[in-house]
Design a protein around this ligand. Structure first.
Ligand code: SF4
Length: 454
């Protein structure tokens, strides 16, 4: 629908968080190049759309000075082609198409690629490999789930539409009464605003998630528990027994887990215990588990890096083939040890949230940053590209937190190139430099003389 200089874009997608709501109705002022209304968006989504206006800024900077995109691509390619231990990081707020090119560049320069998963649900990624995953789509949850357990998260505040669109008040085929047809359980060390939506709230002691999950596994299997478990976990035996019976006797149960589980003491053991409990419950009923993801396409990053390398994050190509070793090849660790000699940071701002030692090392090495705004990382970067915003200025593909791919629909054009366009240009130029040899791609250390094919 067109009316003067205003258009309406229906079925647009909000890429602010992992819910990736694709029912947005956007009103776009084409003169001012901004979204004036985002119908169906939550408060976070509305802020996301309102903030993404086109700023009057250079498309690229080299050493803080204005540069053309071509000059910046040349400088970035030279840095990456010369580096002996380059790292690529970020990727959770860009399209799968851009992520794919980032993997190809990293493979070609024998670098290390890592995503923001390593600082959020990385432990879950390890647990999935060790224990396995009983999974589902959020549509299934909406239509079928009659027992919904949130563990270590606060979806009432983030992601706000998880309750209404999928898991609590959503009315589905076999849950026509919405919340009336479900039992909602919240397990968290503090009473967050999400507790108001829960029928049952369990508050274990901090750091006791693993013990509580293991106790529930025992109860589900019919074992008797030592009463001391209640004292240890902070949850009464009666409450544990009640939850175990509800889990065994529901029609379709789901365990959603957040960083309150994965990033506290126990980490991947906690995630693994929750996944093992889910597996146990499938002896009795249909039970599934899913992490609640934060960034708009962090799930896409996991998928793309996995399908290209075999591993979800923290992957190193120094030997010419992918190796996975969290703690060694995850970016916080690589930077904190001072290993990396160049960094390609895409749609992420580690300079604002990494530990001090890691940030100090970023200041010492040439950084190439791709971002829609002037982030702390862009400010310290040797080469900084300003890019178009995915889902607002570009199409492409993202993965919702349940691994469902969703196509984006752009609202208006940006004068800035997309991440994918810049990365493709860098990829092409790095390849030319490596093939030309000279001081690039010389066999020094782990680096080889010429790139392999993409
Ligand atoms: S829940 Fe997330 S994806 Fe949906 S509108 Fe809100 S911020 Fe956007």
């Amino acid at each position: 629908m067109t009316e003067q200089n205003t258009i309406t874009v229906e079925n647009a997608t909000c890429t602010f968080c992992g819910c990736v709501c694709d029912d947005m109705i956007l009103t776009v002022d084409l003169d001012e190049k901004r979204i004036t209304k985002a119908k169906n968006a939550c408060i976070l989504g509305r802020a996301w759309f309102a903030e993404h206006t086109i700023e009057d800024a250079p498309a690229a900077l080299i050493g803080g000075k204005d540069a053309s995109v071509d000059e910046a691509v040349e400088e970035a390619a030279r840095i990456l082609a010369k580096a002996r231990f380059p790292i690529t990081y970020g990727l959770s707020d860009t399209t799968c198409e851009a992520q794919r090119v980032a993997v190809a560049i990293t493979d070609m320069i024998h670098g290390t690629i890592d995503t923001t998963t390593s600082v959020c649900h990385g432990p879950s990624g390890l647990a999935f490999q060790g224990v396995g995953e009983s999974t589902m789509s959020l549509g299934e949850v909406k239509n079928r789930a009659d027992l919904v357990i949130y563990w270590g998260g606060n979806p009432a505040e983030s992601p706000p539409r998880h309750f209404g669109r999928y898991a609590v008040t959503a009315k589905g085929l076999f849950t026509p009464g919405g919340k009336k047809d479900r039992t909602i359980v919240l397990v968290d060390v503090r009473k967050t605003p999400s507790a108001a939506a829960a029928n049952i709230f369990l508050q274990p002691k901090p750091g006791k998630d693993f013990e509580l999950l293991w106790a529930l596994r025992a109860l589900v299997k019919g074992r008797r528990l030592n009463p001391a478990v209640a004292e240890s976990t902070g949850v009464s035996l009666e409450a544990m027994q009640d939850l175990a019976e509800r889990m065994k006797n529901c029609r379709y149960g789901v365990l959603f887990f957040g960083m309150g589980l994965t990033m506290t003491r126990g980490r991947h053991f906690n995630s693994g215990a929750l996944l093992a409990l889910t597996t146990d419950l499938n002896e009795y009923t249909h039970f599934v588990a899913k992490p609640v993801r934060g960034h708009g396409n962090v799930t896409g990053a996991d998928n793309v890096v996995s399908w290209q390398t075999g591993y979800p994050f923290g992957v190193n190509f120094s030997r010419g083939f992918p190796r996975f070793n969290p703690g060694e090849f995850t970016t916080v660790d690589t930077l904190s040890r001072g290993d990396a000699d160049a960094a390609l940071i895409i749609a992420s701002d580690p300079a604002s949230n990494f530990p001090k030692r890691a940030i100090e090392h970023l200041h010492r090495i040439p950084v190439i940053a791709l971002d829609t705004k002037t982030s702390a990382t862009a400010k310290l970067a040797r080469v900084a590209f300003r890019t178009a915003t995915y889902g607002i200025n570009t199409g492409g593909t993202v993965y919702r937190m349940d691994d469902v791919p969703i196509s984006l629909r752009k609202a208006f054009d940006s004068p800035f190139p997309s991440d994918e366009e810049i990365l493709k240009a860098i990829h092409k130029r790095v390849r030319e430099l490596l093939l030309a040899g000279g001081s690039y791609g010389v066999a020094t250390g782990n680096k080889v003389a010429a790139p392999r094919t993409e």
